[in-house]
Write a protein that binds this ligand. Structure first.
Ligand SMILES: Cc1ncc(COP(=O)(O)O)c(C=O)c1O
Length: 387
């Protein structure tokens, strides 16, 4: 069957391909330590599970739910934004619960893009921005994020571009894959840029609680609601990646526009999931501290592993990965990643999958227990002593 034109140039997602290869290697008896993907391996808070269990046992919760999400969940999201980010959001009109923030990226592209419309996407950046733009028949215009500029967009270079056809811009801080934290100045520049050029800035913010003491929302900047929507997620902050629980926040008009598309795609979320997510959002700082204590300990091991590989990295990164520059002896991160995989059965992600600006880097996930990192370190040490 011939697939649609919109699928041309859209490959299978890198990780689904790579996980198949890792599966084959495992079947062949290698026990691969996978330090690639950012899927939290720890469970949510026990009260969250308890709420899901109790709610799911009720006879009245199994019907279709509202397209806009349960009022209880929207209120919890609004309180969470006020409590952590000091952002006021009307729970009835300025929040749309999502089945994970990834679907929001696609919905936004389908809501706003026509053929030929342009979108600024970060390089390196989350590959889904690029594929969603292409699937919606838009055109990606990459902006490079460079280490020497603290992985911030070069606004002077952007101003020199012809921005007439640019409708959207994807940004993401703490940045994935580089781990770069935002500053208030950067956020102010983004809002000024969006307002000046009539570009809708989509801030994708799933990592603000991981190894970061000061979570920030782009919506906290004055004038932001005129040109910003923000995606957020419980996947990383609450160890709920498989639950598929996210949100879109922004001006009432933007939320209504996206609902016009989304309400044709799905029919709401299981109510007990929504109520359990509301419970998760009510957890205090002790929860975040507990999660971060685990990641901090793991990160020390990753630093050790990266030193063995002679990679260079900043210790000031946020999010659940460490981004590191490879030694000059390797052509690119793919070469280093393959060498580590085939010689030591440890998988780390080549930075090039996030765009060519990531070619000289690798990314190591913190989503494995300390014992796995210790194992990986041992394997690399053994291999080094042999060569
Ligand atoms: C930058 C970025 N945005 C969005 C997502 C999607 O998260 P969710 O699980 O909420 O769909 C991810 C997941 O890895 C991510 O890294």
């Amino acid at each position: 069957m011939k697939t649609s034109k919109r699928l041309e140039g859209i490959g299978e997602y890198y990780f689904s391909q790579k996980l198949r290869e890792i599966d084959e290697l495992n079947k062949a008896g290698k026990s691969i330590i996978n330090l690639g993907i950012g899927s939290p391996d720890l469970p949510p808070h026990p009260d969250v599970i308890k709420t899901l269990q109790e709610e799911a046992a009720k006879p009245t919760v199994h019907a279709y739910q509202s397209y806009k999400g349960s009022p209880v969940l929207r209120k919890a999201m609004s309180d969470w934004y006020k409590g952590w980010y000091n952002v006021d959001l009307n729970p009835d009109t300025e929040i749309l619960p999502l089945i994970g923030s990834k679907e929001g990226i696609m919905h936004i592209c389908m809501t706003y893009l026509d053929k030929g419309d342009e979108v600024l996407v970060p390089n390196p950046g989350y590959p889904t921005y690029r594929s969603a733009v292409k699937l919606a028949c838009g055109k990606c215009v990459e902006y490079k994020l460079k280490e020497k500029n603290n992985y911030e967009p070069d606004f002077d270079a952007l101003e020199k571009k012809n921005l007439k056809k640019v409708k959207l811009m994807f940004v993401n801080y703490p940045q994935m894959p580089t781990g770069q934290l935002p500053t208030k100045e950067l956020f102010e520049k983004l809002v000024a840029f969006g307002n000046k050029h009539g570009i809708l800035i989509i801030h994708d913010n799933p990592y603000s609680f991981i190894l970061n003491e000061a979570p920030m929302s782009l919506l906290s900047i004055e004038g932001a609601k005129d040109c910003v929507v923000e995606l957020n997620s419980l996947s990383k902050s609450h160890n709920m990646a498989g639950w598929r629980m996210g949100m879109l926040c922004g001006a009432k008009e933007r939320i209504e526009e996206v609902i016009r598309f989304k309400s044709n795609m799905d029919s709401g979320m299981f109510l007990p999931l929504q109520l359990a997510a509301a419970k998760a959002l009510s957890l205090g700082k002790e929860w975040q501290d507990e999660v971060n204590k685990v990641y901090r300990e793991r990160r020390e091991k990753v630093f050790e592993l990266l030193k063995l590989l002679k990679c260079k990295f900043s210790k000031e990164q946020a999010g659940m990965f460490v981004w590191a520059k490879i030694p000059a002896a390797y052509k690119d991160g793919y070469a280093l990643s393959d060498e580590v995989l085939y010689k030591t059965n440890v998988f780390v992600t080549p930075g090039g999958i996030f765009g060519d600006a990531g070619d000289k880097y690798i990314r190591v996930s913190l989503c494995a227990p300390v014992s796995k990192f210790e194992d990986a370190i041992e394997r690399i040490k053994n291999q080094k002593s042999k060569s």
